[in-house]
Design a protein around this ligand. Structure first.
Ligand code: ADP
Ligand code: MG
Length: 728
């Protein structure tokens, strides 16, 4: 619908229906066939109505209310023709999931029949009960009123579930007092902020003509695990927590690195292609699929879209992955660290800014050193990340992502920027006061004439950086695989808008009207020089896993290392952060404080559920197995003695095992008691959980995993890592 043009000017859009030839020769219109696209609107709406609606969708103008009735009628007809009986306002409450409440199109006509009806007001506004969604203290439960409001910039679509077809209308969700209770509202506000500030930069460089809007664009890559459905339902930890709380390391994990990009197992292939078909119908432009590093781990990536559409589509990606997997006897696990000792899953969020005319503001082009507009945008991002590293860190904080960030496979918790050799070189030139050259891409000769000469990029990739420049966009790699991407993108947009605003203001002041080319260049370069000097500490092109970097980052550069989510989350509502969100009208102080509250509560709940599940499994599954094993050993000792043979070793084995079992029993009690606290205020409670409950859970796990390797396979009650990580 309103997808951005790619840098080459072609439209990456929902508007090109693509055809797929099926095995039986039928041709199916498979792309976006369940989406109320601009193309469909154009066919079904009166010309002037379509034009006016398009102004909102494409140029960001305010939605005119009198359009609603006409659009609603066309939308309903289209939906009913496609088999829909119900509609729903589809929104993203702060649970991190999506929510829907279905209403039928039909209403009684008063004389025993029914009318099929869908009014403009039903399209534009809904009123779900808001009391059961998290509000972070914004409202008490008795103040239940909440509103949903149609976001016409994200395409309306149909969902098909068990034969029921439902028209889904993407909406924002706010309280009666107007505070955002969802992820979409702040995201849309932050997109307005980016647009407004980036337009000022375009004007300064004389590139604003014909441009009405700058969009932030996003392409989120989704990593996930698949495991056999049978194993999944035998593990209460997977069911309740989406991760294994116990499990000994398998002899063969990912050491051989034979899974990454390996050939895709047949059952997984069937699952992937069905998922992709469903997503295509929904207009989600999925493109890439491959095996990931860990056994049982895979990735799916769509082509980027405008940020709010990408954020909605990302929710659909997660839903469809989860819904399709069981049809193939699989379960899809989005948790950041389902298996200890095995790589976790992330969600790389690729981010950039592009004009509605198709220009990517983060494309360095060939003569980068002369591309002052690009360099200004680049420095804006560097400044933004340096000033607000804490916000970026907190935007990816969760109990589940804590297992990943800082561990040896994911970016560290220290936020820094990787630029690559070419840009690092130009940044050095800027710091010295003049930009003279751009490093050229070379070519690579593979040593045999039959292979082509390959262009060689100016720098290698860096997989250890949390925030990396990758050619013509930034890749925010610290985002967790189970997370909704709207909030991290909102943070990025807001802090980018802030730095674009800062640079634009300085430049506008110094340049005056119609500056000469030379004055423009000098003024820009001297401002960028100052900016680089102030913020270059955040640039790091080395190995983010290296211990020496952690020392240097904290001690020499003064970068923050917010190791745990509890450390990170308490920075959300710091004064500096409240100021930046308020300045760009993305979030009020109340809204921001509510976020901190909600995320801390979520942290507390998530770990508490894990601890309770661990205690339950330990006591009702693992301990009984251990006791049976102990009895078998004792029986063996007794039987050996009865046969007049000295049991020797066996007796010692029994004694050692009994001691292990008794330590395990104590650890269960310790974990059970660890949760008790007088701290009820969220931050204090979360600190308690982090300091007391998590270590007790780890201790219990260590003992359980030792038991697993000492208990006979036929007595062990849980599917093991060995079994779960192999998909046949
Ligand atoms: P890799 O795994 O090597 O990082 P992928 O091809 O898996 O690369 O993913 C790259 C992602 O970046 C894709 O989703 C792609 O659409 C997205 N992307 C490319 N250009 C942009 C852009 N200008 N803005 C946002 N995302 C982009
Ligand atoms: Mg990537």
């Amino acid at each position: 619908m309103n997808s951005p043009r790619l840098s080459n000017g072609s439209l990456a859009s929902h508007d090109h229906p693509a055809r797929l030839q099926l095995a039986d020769g039928r041709v199916e219109n498979f792309y976006a066939s369940d989406v109320f696209t601009l193309r469909v609107m154009q066919q079904r709406l009166p010309k002037d109505v379509f034009k006016r609606l398009q102004r909102t969708i494409v140029h960001g103008d305010r939605l005119e209310p009198d359009l609603a009735d006409v659009v609603a009628a066309a939308m309903k007809d289209w939906a009913v023709e496609h088999g829909a009986t119900h509609y729903t306002h589809w929104f993203q409450p702060l649970t991190g999931l999506t929510a829907e409440k279905h209403d039928a199109f039909i209403v009684p006509d008063g004389s025993g029949g029914v009318l099929s009806e869908f009014s403009g007001s039903a399209l534009v506004q809904g009123e779900p009960d808001a009391s059961s969604f998290p509000s972070g203290g914004i409202r008490a439960t008795f103040e239940a009123r909440g509103y949903t409001a149609w976001d016409c910039t994200s395409p309306v679509f149909l969902t098909r579930n068990a034969g029921a077809v439902t028209l889904c209308i993407p909406t924002a969700f706010v309280s009666w007092t107007g505070e955002a209770l969802d992820h979409k509202t702040p995201l849309l506000r932050s997109m307005d902020a980016v647009s407004e500030q980036a337009m000022r930069i375009l004007k300064i460089f004389g590139n604003a003509s014909g441009v009405t809007r700058v969009m932030s664009t996003a392409g989120p890559e989704q990593e996930y695990f698949l495991i056999d459905k049978e194993y999944y339902f035998k593990r209460q930890d997977l069911i309740a927590c989406e991760r294994t709380l116990f499990g000994a390391r398998p002899p063969k994990g990912q050491q051989l690195e034979d899974h990454y990009f390996g050939s895709i197992p047949t059952r997984v292939m069937a699952f992937m292609s069905e998922t992709e078909r469903e997503l295509y119908r929904l207009g989600v432009p999925v493109k890439t699929r491959h095996n990931e590093v860990a056994p049982g781990q895979f990735e799916l990536a769509p082509i980027f879209e405008t940020a709010n559409v990408a954020a909605d589509h990302q929710m659909l990606v997660m839903e469809v992955l989860k819904r399709v997997a069981p049809r193939h006897g699989l379960m899809c696990i989005m948790h950041e660290k389902p298996f200890a000792g095995i790589n976790g899953s992330g969600k790389h969020v690729n981010w950039s800014m592009a004009t509605n005319t198709g220009v990517n503001l983060l494309d360095p082009r060939a003569e980068t050193h002369n591309n002052l507009q690009f360099l200004t945008c680049l420095c804006a991002v560097i400044r933004a990340v340096d000033l607000h590293a804490d916000l970026l860190r907190s935007a990816v904080a969760s109990a589940s992502n804590d297992h990943r960030l800082g561990a040896n496979e994911a970016p560290p918790a220290i936020i820094s920027i990787f630029l690559g050799d070419m840009l690092a070189d130009i940044i050095n030139q800027i710091e010295k006061g003049a930009t003279k050259s751009t490093m050229k891409r070379g070519t690579m000769d593979l040593g045999t004439k039959t292979l082509p000469l390959l262009p060689r990029d100016t720098g290698d990739r860096n997989r250890t950086s949390p925030f990396a420049f990758t050619g013509n966009k930034f890749e925010f790699r610290a985002v967790g695989s189970s997370q909704a991407v709207a909030w991290p993108i909102t943070v990025l947009n807001t802090i980018a808008a802030d730095s674009l605003d800062y640079l634009a203001t300085q430049l506008e002041k110094s340049l005056g009207n119609n500056p000469s080319e030379a004055k423009l260049r000098d003024t820009v370069l001297s401002l960028l020089q100052k900016t680089v000097k102030q913020h270059k500490r955040v640039i790091f092109n080395g190995d983010g896993y290296d211990k020496a970097w952690h020392e240097e980052a904290e001690k020499k550069r003064g970068l923050r290392n917010l190791r745990s989510s509890v450390d990170a989350l308490q920075t959300i509502a710091d004064k500096k952060n409240i100021d930046v969100f308020r300045k760009f009208k993305v979030m009020s102080k109340i809204e921001l404080e509510s976020r901190e509250h909600i995320y801390l509560e979520k942290y507390i709940k998530q770990v508490t559920i894990e601890a309770e599940t661990a205690v339950l499994m330990a006591r009702t599954q693992i301990l009984p197995a251990a006791i049976r094993q102990q009895k078998e050993l004792a029986d063996a000792v007794a039987a050996t003695e009865a046969a007049d043979v000295e049991p020797g070793d066996l007796r010692q084995q029994l004694a050692d095992f009994a001691e292990l079992v008794s330590r395990f029993r104590v650890a269960i009690d310790t974990l059970e008691q660890a949760g008790e606290t007088d701290a009820h205020e969220p931050l204090a409670h979360a600190k308690h959980i982090h300091g007391k409950v998590i270590p007790a859970m780890l201790e219990l796990r260590k003992l359980a995993d030792t038991l697993e390797t000492h208990i006979s396979t036929d007595l062990w009650p849980l599917p093991t890592y060995r079994e779960m990580l192999t998909i046949k």
